[in-house]
Design a protein around this ligand. Structure first.
Ligand code: ATP
Length: 236
């Protein structure tokens, strides 16, 4: 459903992505992992239309995304949760969730029913519904960011480092929710810095280093043999 080919992008004279080929098939959970500064956030920013590539192709459901705005891209079903979650900390949980509904043009009834489903999926958000989002814990804020993104009705959701700053047990909860969402039909493209917890959820993994994909495969193909460590850390 997503096809990225020969993507080159950067900032001024710095080329952060040096010819990326990557795809996501409907129903998959695909991870992009790599060390600090590898280009992971740049990749998601470029796919979501926040950064204009200098060359290459991005196609989503057989349509080129060239020249499309981030809003148009999200409306077409490809949405991003950026690094740091970007929830509105001074607004309530309810108000944050309503922001997720802003891109929609369908009937209010359908929106209300989806909001209820989101609150069933993330019960903590129902409990804190009228509370200020900035007072939620890191894990709760991540759940809010995911719930808000889901209300935008993505077919493919991209998430930049969902585990950033979270305790290991909370990461497990966030990942369990992502697994459930994937099982209910949502495709995922997730960026993470560490490979530690991704094997259980990943359909496929790409290792990005210094702007290049240096390894790619299923968890079964990549586990054992030390290939993953070699690609990730650049051991020779
Ligand atoms: P991290 O895990 O630290 O977020 P990353 O893999 O997401 O790392 P990017 O943030 O995509 O890496 O950065 C790739 C390269 O682009 C790095 O060299 C970084 O310094 C540079 N870079 C990122 N954002 C900008 C920017 N806004 N302006 C200039 N250079 C940038």
């Amino acid at each position: 459903m997503l096809e990225v080919s020969q993507l080159i992008a950067g900032y001024g004279r710095l080329t952060a992505l040096k010819g990326i080929d990557l795809n996501v098939v409907q129903g998959e959970t695909v991870f992009v992992v790599g060390p600090n500064g590898a280009g992971k956030s740049t990749l998601l920013k470029t796919i979501s239309g926040l950064l204009k590539p200098s060359s290459g192709q991005i196609r989503f459901r057989d349509v080129s995304l060239q020249g499309k705005t981030p809003e148009q891209i999200c409306r077409s079903g490809l949405c991003l949760i950026p690094e740091g979650r970007h929830i509105f900390k001074s607004l309530t949980v309810a108000e944050n969730l309503r922001v997720g509904l802003l891109v929609r043009r369908d009937a209010k009834d359908a929106q209300h029913s989806d909001l209820e489903t989101a609150l069933d999926t993330f019960p903590i958000l129902r409990k804190r519904y009228h509370g200020i989002a900035g007072y939620l814990s890191g894990g709760e804020q991540q759940q809010l960011a995911i719930a808000r993104a889901i209300l935008q009705q993505p077919a493919l959701l991209m998430i930049d480092e969902p585990s950033l700053g979270l305790a290991p047990l909370v990461i497990d909860q966030v990942y369990a929710n992502l697994k459930r969402l994937n099982q209910s039909g949502l495709s995922l493209l997730i960026v993470e810095q560490s490979t530690g917890r991704i094997m259980d959820l990943a359909s496929r993994i790409y290792v990005l280093r210094n702007g290049n994909i240096v390894l790619h495969g299923t968890p079964a193909e990549l586990s054992g043999g030390g290939e993953l460590d070699e690609a990730y850390f650049g051991f020779t």
